[in-house]
Design a protein around this ligand. Structure first.
Ligand code: ADP
Ligand code: ZN
Length: 224
């Protein structure tokens, strides 16, 4: 399956993608995680991207596209991918189409997590992320077994640097301006599927698995 997840920050894309990875073994490619790794490693890409990320602005299309393209093409040939956080602009969507068309492995479906502003703010304010492995938690919705400690790897949990109120507001404004053309892009191609992002992560996951099963994308042995 080659799926892209669309929706605002806090829509639950990352959490659902992590469940797809853990329970179905799907490759999860998250542009935000890759960018944060580059920032941590202080690569030239990281230095350039870090400035935009700290302000809640988008990283320039050319940088993000170059970072994602090879990974996605490679995964498209193999077991497929769930792409989370990319494409975020119409230009990125076009670049993705071109790369995957050349690889004869086009996107199968774009899933839009339609989410209310009140829900987004609640989720981002409570979000806690593992500094070591990137696993997401939530102070009340999905607490770790031990306070402040990652269930997966024992790493330390902390709020994300850009989950501050002013940066959240900026990210939501940027997202609103950019999302409409990306949705239109996939709508025109007949690939857009809208889900209620206000539901729990488990509910969204179950509905996606049911849809994938209808598409015949789940093989025996990968059933959750
Ligand atoms: P969120 O969806 O909660 O904003 P992400 O982890 O997806 O979180 O992204 C964090 C930041 O990384 C964004 O605010 C933006 O600066 C940058 N970023 C991630 N993906 C992209 C992209 N496809 N294009 C441009 N910038 C991106
Ligand atoms: Zn961890």
């Amino acid at each position: 399956m080659r799926v892209v997840l669309l929706g605002p920050p806090g829509a639950g894309k990352g959490s659902v993608a992590q469940l797809l990875r853990d329970r179905l073994g799907v490759l999860h490619i998250a542009s935000g995680d890759l960018l944060r790794e580059a920032v941590k490693a202080n690569t030239p890409l990281g230095i350039e991207a870090g400035r935009a990320m700290a302000r809640g602005e988008l990283v320039p299309d050319a940088l993000v596209t170059a970072m994602i393209r090879d990974r996605v093409v490679q995964a498209g040939h193999g077991r497929g991918f769930v792409l989370d956080g990319f494409p975020r602009t119409a230009a990125q969507a076009v670049a993705l189409d071109e790369a995957l068309a050349a690889a004869q492995a086009p996107v199968d479906r774009a899933v839009y997590f339609k989410t209310s502003p009140a829900m987004i703010v609640k989720r981002l304010a409570g979000r806690r992320v593992c500094a070591a492995c990137g696993q997401n938690y939530h102070a009340t919705n999905r607490p770790p077994r031990r306070d402040g400690v990652c269930d997966r790897c024992g790493g330390a949990l902390a709020p994300r640097a850009d989950d501050q109120p002013e940066t959240i507001a900026r990210r939501l404004a940027v997202d609103e301006a950019q999302t409409a053309p990306v949705l239109a892009h996939y709508e025109r191609r007949g690939l857009l599927h809208t889900m209620d992002g206000d539901q729990s992560v488990e509910a969204v996951f179950d509905q996606m698995v049911a849809a994938f099963r209808r598409q015949g994308w789940l093989q025996q042995g990968t059933e959750p």
